[in-house]
Write a protein that binds this ligand. Structure first.
Ligand code: G6P
Length: 614
């Protein structure tokens, strides 16, 4: 979703901001803009569509200055167009803002400001912020104070960056609620501001994350952080170890392809240092702050998440219930706070999120906090809000994930929660030593098993060619691989725009079977797990109705190869870990179908990597 970049220093701001915005393209956007202070006057360029359009505009009409802000917009209020793209000016031309989030009361504010004489030049909610700041500047207030006053009028959650020609030696940045992050990068005689780390990591590794309700005054030499009501804040400087090269495509055509192939490494890193293989004694998840006392006290866990992370949560439920014998409910985060869940201090709410900034997931966490639950998160983005809000966290070891369709940040939580289940099971006395040792020994095989799935890419490509022109697809799975069916279907629809449905295989006869004919490929996830025989009979039923069956099956399974039209082979995997291998051919299948159809795999239409609005 929307991305923000700001720069103040002594270098030419325009290329720095444009290259930062480029690194945020993966978040999804439909227009972009940049404002630079040129001889103490604000100059703006904005354009609809891809960043290259904005770059062309800037090349035709260059602007040079040492202070500026930029934005990639994902439309919420008003169509994607140059006039609705950020930055937005007020009336005087002295204040310009970029903004992530939604001003929930913007209609009231717009009416109020219009009655005071403001004229609006866009359909956006953001523009009211610039007018509000001007209202207070007109009364002679300093920029930071005027911004503070303005922000108190805004309902909703926001990340806002303000530049003014009245006080050209500073940029104001604020985070209000949970509309995505604001990070300030500290350089030598220069400072960077961004909504996400990848935008600034090529310049500095020393960063400060703003917390909710904080406002920063960023100058060339310094950073001052206060709360919205003016109290000074002692901020912490984080040193980020992410390698910016990790965010480059390298030899791959798309980030998604690269990220699929990175899973051997990400899963090795996920396990590394957290597991005692030698003695099979245990799992170390120190950041979770899980004491034996807490482990025994927990009566229920809610897992809450959105999209791919929610599918990982569904598998997490089966893992924790089976291994630790503890009740788990899974809630789509956007629904959680609207159903008044029954929560007390013996309840844990575990949020799963790649970005750690998904508005619905953060809102679910807030709901849980208010109701007194213990809050955990399983998050990839270092320093993100979901990591900081939680009482304890498990950090996914994926490195930056750029492709909008999540892949490595799907398999990492499967393994993270498997480890969590072992830890909980051990502390609660649900697992004896030999069970624990066997589960841990199985874990050790995961990276190798995933590598063996990846080695079968040529076979997946063949199936992709057979399916490239299909219009619809149905994915069936059962037991622990039922959510794999959801995830396989989600991957396909996200990037190939083929209508795909994931279904619990046992439900096929209650409706979807009516759809099956020779035009409807059925992708059946049927590894040798406890539900194998049942899946086999689903495949027979689909074949009996003329369906084309593509089975995901265990290497050497002749019963499946005798009935399926195509087979995507996975190595024999312990059933609790089988979702980690069965999803790999499905990720590759979706990727190759979309690539064959010539689509924008990394930035599919209408989607955003990090959804920071409700
Ligand atoms: C967006 C992305 C999905 C992702 C979901 C949750 O919809 O396009 O790929 O699964 O958000 O994101 P999170 O960052 O919370 O895991």
């Amino acid at each position: 979703m929307c991305g923000i970049v700001g720069y103040i220093g002594s270098r030419d701001a325009t290329p720095i901001i444009l290259s930062g915005l480029k690194r945020l393209e993966y978040r999804g956007y439909d227009s972009a803009g940049i404002a630079v202070l040129v001889n103490d006057r604000i100059e703006i360029r904005r354009e609809a569509g891809k960043l290259s359009n904005l770059e062309n505009l800037v090349n035709d009409a260059p602007m040079h200055g040492v202070t500026g802000i930029g934005h990639t917009r994902w439309a919420t209020h008003g169509e994607p167009s140059a006039r609705n793209a950020h930055p937005h000016l007020g009336m005087t031309g002295e204040v310009v803002v970029v903004h992530n989030g939604i001003v929930e009361n913007f209609l009231e504010l717009r009416q109020e400001l219009s009655s005071e004489g403001a004229i609006f030049n866009s359909d956006t909610d953001t523009e009211v912020i610039a007018h509000l700041i001007e209202r207070y500047l007109a009364a002679g207030t300093r920029l930071v104070q005027a911004s503070r006053h303005a922000f108190t009028h805004l309902k909703g959650a926001h990340a806002i960056v303000v530049l003014s020609s009245r006080e050209p030696d500073q940029i104001i940045a604020a985070r209000i609620g949970n509309a995505g992050g604001v990070v300030v990068g500290l350089g030598r005689d220069e400072m960077f501001i961004a909504s996400d780390l990848p935008a600034i990591l090529e310049h500095t590794r020393h960063v400060v994350f703003l917390e909710s309700s904080q406002i920063a005054v960023v100058t060339r030499q310094g950073l001052e952080v206060t709360t919205l009501d003016g109290k000074a804040v002692d901020y912490e400087i984080h040193n980020v170890s992410w390698d910016p090269v990790a965010a480059e495509k390298g030899e791959y055509r798309h980030f998604m392809e690269k990220e699929i192939h990175e899973q051997v490494r990400s899963l090795t890193d996920t396990i590394d240092g957290r597991v005692d293989f030698e003695n099979g004694n245990g799992i170390r998840l120190p950041e979770l702050n899980l004491t034996p006392e807490l482990a025994k006290r927990i009566r229920k866990i809610f897992i809450t998440a959105c999209g791919t992370a929610a599918h990982a949560g569904m598998i997490g439920k089966i893992l924790i219930e089976h291994i630790a014998r503890l009740t788990v409910e899974v809630d789509i985060a956007s629904e959680f706070r609207y159903r008044d869940p029954i929560i007390d201090r013996d309840t844990v709410v575990l949020a799963i999120s790649q970005s750690g900034e998904t508005a619905d997931t953060l809102a679910a966490m807030e709901e849980a906090r208010q109701k007194g639950a213990v809050l955990w998160s399983n998050v990839n983005a270092i320093g993100s809000q979901a990591m900081r809000l939680a009482d304890g966290y498990i950090s996914m070891q994926c490195g930056p994930e750029i492709g909008v369709a999540s892949t490595k940040a799907y398999t990492a939580p499967l393994v993270d929660i498997y480890m969590l289940a072992i830890l909980l099971g051990s502390l609660r006395g649900a697992l004896d030593k030999s069970q624990r040792q066997r589960l841990i020994a199985d874990l050790r095989r995961v990276p190798d098993l995933v590598g063996r799935c990846l080695n079968r890419e040529a076979q997946v490509k063949k199936v992709a060619r057979a399916l490239a022109n299909t219009q619809h697809c149905i994915y069936l799975g059962r037991g622990i691989n039922m959510p794999t069916a959801y995830e396989g279907a989600l991957k396909l629809k996200e990037i190939s725009y083929i209508h795909a449905e994931g279904y619990p295989a046992g439900e096929m006869k209650h409706g979807p079977i009516a759809l099956i004919d020779k035009e409807m490929p059925v992708i059946a996830i049927a590894p040798q797990d406890p539900w194998y025989e049942k899946m086999l009979s689903q495949i027979e039923q689909a074949k009996a109705r003329g369906g084309i069956v593509i089975a995901v099956a265990t290497e050497g399974d002749e019963r499946i190869s005798a009935i399926a039209d195509h087979v995507l082979w996975v190595p024999e995997t312990p059933w609790l870990l089988s979702p980690v291998t069965t999803v790999i051919p499905l990720q590759m299948l979706a990727y190759h179908i979309a690539a064959l159809r010539g689509l924008d795999v990394d930035q599919p239409r209408n989607l955003a990597k990090s959804v920071t609005v409700e």
